[in-house]
Design a protein around this ligand. Structure first.
Ligand code: PEP
Ligand code: MN
Length: 373
């Protein structure tokens, strides 16, 4: 059961404390407080966990501080659309608004290799007015003998350069709880030159301890990548671990499913799930065309497969596009063969605008009431 409090009610007010006592007076019931920060107001929710099936809703509805009581029988109690008054408003992080309505490309390096490549990347984004990128410092690799990322050592120059080129958010994968502290420390030492969205990679989609760790901090948002070999429902449940820890600033990312039925692509493109995730949850949805396609193949029409699948996701309403670029893919220490080239940045962004405009046009069509005959 979720008790949604009226906007701007303080969680430590005597009335809220009485409400919590009432809830916890029922056997095997405990409570959790969640504060959800929207763009213009904040809402506090009290979650009743445990044996809540037999608890009546009326005693809670009588509290003056209560806006409504929701009996959650649906799945996805925290990320679902039913959970409160700020459902699809998304979140604001480091001056960037992210929601089910916003649209932001995140082009960047799969893995940080050399300072010069990071600088070339960020400079190119800055020249086109982009403020969001990706840069991997901690790389989960299939073989232990492959490059594992420069880790904490590269963070100072990555953050310094991000600050220099006004990059506000870097999507950066973490593979261990200790990376959170390393990132926070380096951000503080850079004078908060930029912001980081913690990426949970597909291989860690069910690493529940890591999910709890990123969910229990609320400073940095989380980009959760769907598990490559589990159902959508299992991935959404795993994502729920992040939200139930208290962090509601989450983006859900589709990146293709591992099956040879998707050959010759690296993964089977699953962007048909963009509207499904938007319907089932309040989360903004990201697509990652690079890890889905995994190669630079071109269709006979002259467009790379990466461009084609990106357009499919964007025309279906994707809110973020995480995409690999590299100034010198032959030098890349990870995923060079799937990286787009710097001269492809402008055409890629143009393609994005065309697809996004087409999506917005489609929305306008459904918003118009049908003409009377
Ligand atoms: C990545 O984005 O660099 C990555 C490793 O992605 P995924 O977890 O989707 O394979
Ligand atoms: Mn990669």
């Amino acid at each position: 059961m979720i008790i949604v409090l009226k906007a701007d009610v303080e969680a430590d007010s005597p009335e809220v404390q009485r409400l919590i006592q009432t809830a916890e007076s029922y056997p095997d019931v405990h409570t959790q407080l969640h504060r959800i920060q929207g763009a213009t107001r904040s809402v506090t929710e009290v979650y009743l966990l445990g044996s809540t099936g037999v608890i009546p809703t009326e005693p809670f509805q009588e509290f003056a501080c209560v806006e409504r009581v929701v009996r959650v029988t649906e799945k996805y109690r925290s990320i679902g659309r039913h959970s409160g008054g700020l459902d699809a408003v998304g979140f604001e992080y480091n001056g960037v608004h992210v929601s089910q309505d916003s649209f932001h490309p995140f082009p960047g390096l799969c893995a940080v290799d050399r300072r010069e490549n990071v600088e070339e990347m960020f400079r190119a984004l800055h020249e086109r007015g982009l403020k969001t990128s990706r840069a991997g410092a901690y790389k989960p690799r299939t073989s232990p003998y492959d490059f594992q990322g420069h880790g904490a050592a590269c963070l100072p120059y990555v953050f310094e350069l991000a600050g220099k080129y006004d990059i506000r958010i870097i999507a950066m994968e973490v593979t261990h709880e200790s990376h959170l502290e390393e990132i926070q420390k380096a951000l503080a030492e850079s004078g908060q030159a930029t912001g980081v969205m913690l990426q949970i990679g597909t291989r860690n989609a069910q690493n529940f301890e890591l999910l709890k760790a990123v969910g229990q901090q609320t400073e940095l948002p989380v980009l959760f990548k769907r598990g490559m070999g589990i159902t959508l429902e299992e991935s959404l449940n795993a994502c729920e671990y992040v939200a139930s820890g208290g962090n509601r600033r989450i983006v859900f990312c589709l990146r293709g499913m591992k099956t040879n039925l998707g050959d010759p692509h690296r993964n089977f493109v699953d962007f048909g799930h963009v509207p499904v995730v938007k319907r089932l949850t309040r989360l903004p949805v990201c697509i990652d065309p690079s890890h889905s396609v995994g190669r630079r193949s071109m269709a006979p029409d002259g467009l790379l497969d990466v461009f084609h699948v990106t357009a499919q996701g964007v025309i279906a309403g994707a809110n973020l596009v995480l995409v690999d670029f590299h100034p010198h893919p032959e030098e890349a220490l990870c995923d060079g063969p799937q990286a787009l080239l710097m001269e492809e940045l402008a055409p890629f962004l143009e393609d994005l605008s065309i697809a996004r405009e087409a999506y917005e046009q489609r929305l306008r069509r459904v918003a118009v009431p049908p003409a009377e005959s």
